[in-house]
Design a binder for this molecule. Sequence first.
Ligand SMILES: CC(C)(COP(=O)(O)OP(=O)(O)OC[C@H]1O[C@@H](n2cnc3c(N)ncnc32)[C@H](O)[C@@H]1OP(=O)(O)O)[C@@H](O)C(=O)NCCC(=O)NCCS
Length: 388
Amino acid sequence: MASEVPPVYIGLKGIYVAKTALSYIDGERGRLIYRGYSIEDLAEHSSFEEVTYLLWFGKLPNRKELEEFKENLSREREIPDDVVDILRKLPKSSHPMDVLKTGVAALGPFDPDLPNIWGQHIHEKRTENLRIAIRILSKMPTIMAYFHRMREGKEIVRPRTDLSHAANFLYMMWGREPKEIEAKLMDVALILHADHGFNASTFACLVTASTLSDLYSAVVTGISTLKGPLHGGANEQALKMLMEIGSPERARDYVKAKLERKERIMGFGHRVYKAYDPRARILKKYAEMLAKETGQENLFNTALEVEKVMIELLGKKGIFPNVDFYSGQVYHMLGIPTDIFTPIFAISRTSGWIGHVFEYWEENVLIRPRALYVGPMEAKYIPLDERL
Ligand SMILES: CC(C)(COP(=O)(O)OP(=O)(O)OC[C@H]1O[C@@H](n2cnc3c(N)ncnc32)[C@H](O)[C@@H]1OP(=O)(O)O)[C@@H](O)C(=O)NCCC(=O)NCCS
């Protein structure tokens, strides 16, 4: 063993492993930008399709480019009947993230471009890889909505090409066209989750992509990594907590008692943000509107009170609401089942995952770190029969 012990960065905390121009988080000032554009501007003025174009192509599209991109996306929404059959055969109790992973994996072999790109750089097969990217992004909401209706014993609702990515997802889930506010909210949620620097799932996607594996494999890796509760999933717990609290009057005592027991309040704090998460601020505005519209003011007011108490008690430590505090409420008010919260995150983040893969492929380097060996250097092999 080498005499000098190299530094070991367990969890890669604080380690820069690549350069990116996709998104930047200013944790101190509570700012998030995608390629320089503020998340506030994008949430208010753009669409998920526009943001995806920005992340993949490096610039905002003009009207013609956007129309063309939207058209390319919307005509790829259907999934092959054989993949629908696979979804039907999955247990109805399956975790929707497992369904999404299985669905995306099953789509790969049906993709006519896949056999032609294997092991080649994006530079060489850019057109094919773009077509694949569009197919993956377009078909993921279909997989989720189909499975959701199947498990509820309902007929599947085929995608429409005249609706936005967000509106079509809700349409396929519900079997009715969403109201304007519902579609806008889903669109905003997709924009807010589209990218967030080098999080665990994005990094995992890049590990797969860096071997020059394909986009289906990279996205399956991303979904698998996002499934873990340390990454996706806090919004579900934040919502459960608000339901448990039940009313604004009970919030203060509940929060105080939990903190006294040294327990965490879900939907607060962030590894990078030490200020108010800008995505939470945007969703809060919509949560208020939706609460009024759907008569769920009690839930929203309970959240407001929890936020007030938390900021009072822990704001000085840099603990503020994060995106999960408000996203769970918003999805719930929209009538989306809690186990589909993380799949929505995946449907959105696929835009960022693919954008990062495209960017990384420009100057691809195989990601292959090392682990410091701490086992014995010499061990005498004992035949099986002689072992105790
Ligand atoms: C996200 C999270 C893991 C970030 O943690 P981190 O930056 O590594 O910070 P730490 O876990 O080291 O916590 C720092 C301090 O703040 C406290 N803290 C952090 N988040 C807290 C929360 N949600 N509720 C109560 N206290 C919290 C910790 O107890 C710790 O206190 P101490 O210094 O007295 O020991 C953490 O804030 C958390 O667990 N939040 C709840 C889960 C959540 O909402 N996750 C979604 C993130 S988008």
